[in-house]
Design a protein around this ligand. Structure first.
Ligand code: 4AD
Ligand code: MG
Length: 461
């Protein structure tokens, strides 16, 4: 018999004379004549209730079954007596596939998120994590749909690179030098020509630079892949390995870029509200009671757009004491971003035109001589969710920027060539996949939206 998923059984249109379901026992309780076994197979949040009649052969064994045990059940689907669910299953045969004893860590009682992180190999079987993982999957699907519907080409940029796109020096090295031996030297310095790639290489912090190459051929592209940052920040919003979506558009300026970012974020929220209702219910009950209200609020109004200069003005005039004092020229910290979006505007905010000194070399210089055509989208509870810019398409200005950033132009000759041969205005941004997931689920820590998070000091599993 072919296996039926719990989700399909629960959504069945009619009773079924014979079906086979398989899953893990969540709970079991006995009455005189029956045992009620709830199983879950991860296809949805809800469990399927299985009624096992005491007259079944091997009933004594069934009475011993504990939480966590994997079973296979044949039986029929009948209207449920209880009002919790429409259907339940009456077993004709129960097979134990994999027992689990009393030491199974996920007993019925609720567990703290901190404890669940310690058992990352078992937490996918918890209600919350099951919901997070299903939403994560749906979100990835919606991202592809959004761009495919708009004729963006999905491109794959390298994970191993020799450039530091963001120029922040937060790179994980990729090397085949033997750590037990001193590396070969040339004139007193490490001789990278002897290493695997013949040059220093790293895990990418962003696919943008290669994305620009592809956009300057295919017009509209997007990447969706893992990125890595060796940034020693232990916050609830930073991971050392996270996924980023990076659209890049030729023939596009900062305004077009801000429009796309807003449309994209709203599309993803709408998709979640349409397709993940059951999971949403759980987030509303156990994670964040105001989630739905917040998401609908965000969907229904335009994001507020303010220049960096205006934002600084608002922050200075607020009279608030911040941990990091605020003045023109500093980077916005999370506390500033959250003040703007949560307290001042009370909606998502797109901040644009940052001082060029605090932004990477590739951002387009504005005519004021002071600012770059950068933009960040800030959302309540998280702060920055999108970072992007219009790119510097003028060869001479770009070369000037690279000098200012003390970059070796030789290593970026390919990037400069894009400005030599048919250069065009272009723009793009990066959306942090996990930050978006935190925003739509209400989950407060990035460690709880990634199956196996990598953060400073943590890479088990
Ligand atoms: O602002 P960032 O650093 O921008 C870039 O990397 C650009 N090259 C993107 C582009 O224009 N194509 O990162 C983009 C987004 C941030 O807004 C944030 O959502 C997320 O990536 N992000 C992180 N998410 C989790 N952990 C971290 N350590 C993150 N760093 C950035
Ligand atoms: Mg940023």
């Amino acid at each position: 018999m072919q296996r039926t998923l719990v989700k399909d059984a629960l959504h069945s249109e009619s009773a079924q004379p014979a079906l086979l379901v398989q899953g893990w026992i969540r709970t079991r309780r006995d009455s005189k004549a029956f045992s009620f076994v709830e199983i879950n197979d991860g296809s949805c949040l809800k469990n399927l209730q299985i009624v096992v009649d005491a007259t079944l052969p091997d009933y004594a064994k069934i009475e011993q079954l504990t939480t966590g045990t994997a079973i296979s059940v044949e039986g029929k689907l009948v209207p449920s007596q209880g009002k919790e669910q429409k259907w339940e299953m009456v077993a004709t045969r129960v097979n134990v596939l994999g027992p689990a004893d009393q030491t199974y860590p996920l007993q019925k009682k609720g567990h703290t998120l901190e404890y669940l992180r310690e058992i990352a190999h078992l937490r996918p079987r918890s209600n919350l994590f099951g919901c997070v993982l299903r939403v994560r999957s749906r979100l990835a699907y919606a991202i592809h749909t959004f761009f495919q519907e708009r004729n963006f080409v999905y491109v794959h940029t390298p994970i191993i690179t020799s450039s530091d796109c963001e120029g922040a020096g937060e790179l994980f090295r990729v090397t085949c030098f033997d750590p037990a031996k001193p590396p070969p030297l040339l004139d007193g310095k490490v001789d990278h020509t002897k290493d695997f790639f013949g040059r220093p290489t790293y895990l990418t912090v962003s696919g943008q630079l290669e994305g620009e190459i592809l956009a300057c051929a295919l017009s509209n592209i997007y990447t969706f892949g893992p990125t890595f940052r060796a940034e020693n920040s232990n916050t609830s919003r930073h991971a050392s390995e996270f996924w980023m979506i990076e659209p890049e558009m030729a023939f596009c300026d900062l305004a077009g870029n801000m429009d796309l970012a807003e449309e994209f974020v709203k599309y993803l929220i709408q998709d979640f509200l349409t397709h993940c209702r059951e999971d949403l219910e759980l987030f509303l009950r156990f994670v964040d009671k105001e989630l739905l209200q917040r998401l609908e609020f965000v969907l229904n109004r335009p994001f507020k757009r303010v220049s960096y200069t205006e934002a600084i003005d608002i922050l200075v005039k607020s009279g608030k004491t911040f941990e990091f004092p605020i003045q023109y020229g500093v980077n916005l910290q999370s506390e500033h971003e959250r003040f703007l979006t949560e307290e001042y505007f009370k909606c998502p905010v797109t901040v644009f035109n940052y001082p060029k000194e605090i932004k990477p070399f590739y951002m387009r210089a504005n005519d004021d001589g002071k600012t770059a055509a950068a933009m960040d989208v800030l959302v309540p509870r998280i702060g920055e969710i999108v970072g992007g810019s219009q790119r510097e398409e003028r060869l001479d200005v770009l070369q000037e920027n690279m000098k200012r950033h003390k970059m070796n132009a030789e290593n970026y000759s390919w990037y400069l060539d894009l400005r030599r041969f048919g250069t065009v205005p272009h723009a793009g941004f990066g959306l942090g996949f996990e930050r978006m997931l935190m925003f739509i689920t209400g989950v407060g820590n990035i460690r709880d939206v990634i199956p196996f998070p990598r953060t400073p000091g943590h890479a088990e599993f």
